[in-house]
Design a protein around this ligand. Structure first.
Ligand code: AMP
Ligand code: MG
Length: 397
């Protein structure tokens, strides 16, 4: 199945749990707003000065003018007496009657304390109007917004200290494979390898602000797989497995999900990562990622990530893309959409995507050393210099 079609189906089936919690703002990074946040105040609350300088009435210029008051940030001045200027500092409220601020670099004060202004002064210059950022009654941020650092700042600026967000989803992760050993527990015997997928997936979940529920390593055995899957589905809001979803005799995941739940979709026309399964165990959605470490990364970013964001209640689940110049060529077209691991370099005409030498799905260095996945759609042959779409890893992971 082409990726687009699979995504449409998978996202169409994502039903947010709807459960909410209240968090203090400092704990809410990455959480998704469960309701619109309406500002109760104007930000800024006063017309205020954008500069250190002098507040004046335009009609009194060019002066010289006596300086009748001094207004620092945090203070409120008196109405400006006609024919005078007010010393004012950045952020301080504009005194009533003043209609411009002249920056101090354009002013001189003589020995008698009289202010003269150089150059032209226009009405409202260097005045930041009340409510120019957010007006009282306006939506500061909408329901479904995944809170970024600057969003926390924005909410604080309207006086919000606690927010109602969707409860953080729990995602159970199982690593399948008799060959797997956890790093730090034992040296490898012949045929064994360290479980890298568990760490990649845990990190990807953390970046999404989701809770990682570690179900551990599951042996390649039908009964053990079914038991672990059932337990995982009871522990979490979504179950993610790695490995064991292909067609080998030692691949038990898909068959066991079909026994205790159902599979809606299997095998995507993408590279890396063909054997991806999607379904449910009871009410708990199930995503079976492939085993190869690079495929795990790619399929998580391309499929699991938008699904989990939607399940978490986020409205913006899209994968942002950037157009750059291909610094590589593909030999022939493929019926599967390829995701070439590339490094981005700046060239004369913007960014150029350079292909990592070894694109094998077993080579995790190809992801670790890359900046982006370059998308080569099915049936397309890329020549050097062509425009290609890339997915920035820093935005995905
Ligand atoms: P599978 O889909 O189970 O046949 O796995 C495909 C490949 O990915 C095999 O070479 C596995 O050894 C490898 N693999 C599976 N799970 C992991 C894991 N958790 N960490 C690292 N490699 C894995
Ligand atoms: Mg396996």
């Amino acid at each position: 199945m082409p990726l687009e079609e699979a995504l449409e189906r998978i996202l169409g089936g994502a039903r947010p749990t709807g459960a909410t919690e209240e968090l203090s703002l400092i704990d809410a990074l990455g959480a998704v707003l469960a309701e619109d946040v309406i500002s109760g105040i104007d930000v800024p609350g006063d017309d205020n000065s954008a500069m250190d300088g002098y507040a004046v009435r335009g009609e009194d210029l060019p002066g010289p003018l006596p300086i009748s008051q001094r207004i620092a940030a945090g203070a409120v001045g008196e109405p400006l007496q006609p024919g005078t200027a007010a010393r004012i500092f950045t952020g301080a409220p504009i005194p009533a009657g003043a209609d411009a601020v002249v920056m101090q670099e354009n002013c001189s004060v003589d020995q008698g304390g009289l202010l003269s202004v150089e150059g032209t002064v226009t009405t409202a210059q260097n005045i930041r109007p009340r409510g120019q950022d957010i007006a009282a009654g306006a939506v500061a941020l909408s329901k479904g917004r995944r809170l970024r650092p600057q969003d926390l700042g924005l909410l604080a600026s309207v006086g919000i200290a606690r927010v109602t967000v969707f409860r953080r989803l729990k995602v159970a992760v199982l690593s399948t494979g008799d060959e797997l050993v956890e790093p730090g527990t034992a040296d490898l015997a012949g045929g064994q390898l360290y479980n890298s997928n568990r760490f990649t997936i845990a990190g990807l979940l953390a970046r999404l602000g989701l809770e990682f529920v570690d179900v551990g390593i599951i042996p390649d055995d039908a009964q053990a797989t079914a038991k672990a899957l059932l337990r995982a589905s009871e522990l979490a809001d979504c179950v993610i497995t790695s490995g064991g979803v292909s067609v080998g005799e030692e691949d038990h995941v898909k068959a066991q999900v079909e026994q205790i739940g159902h599979i809606d979709l299997w095998k995507l026309a993408i590279k890396p990562g063909k054997p991806l399964a999607f379904g449910a165990i009871g009410d708990t959605p199930f995503i079976g990622l492939p085993g190869n470490p690079t495929s795990v990364f790619a399929t998580f970013c391309l499929v699991a990530r938008p699904f989990l964001l939607k399940l978490q209640g986020a409205t913006d689940c899209r994968i942002p893309e950037l157009t750059v110049t291909a610094g590589f060529a593909t030999a022939k077209s493929s019926p599967r959409q390829d995701h070439v691991r590339v490094r981005l370099e700046s060239g004369d005409e913007g960014l150029v995507a350079r292909r990592f030498a070894n694109q094998s799905s077993g080579v995790l260095s190809s992801v670790s050393q890359s900046d982006a996945l370059a998308v080569v759609p099915p049936g397309v042959v890329v020549s050097e210099g062509d425009k290609v779409q890339v997915l920035l890893l820093d935005l995905l992971a």
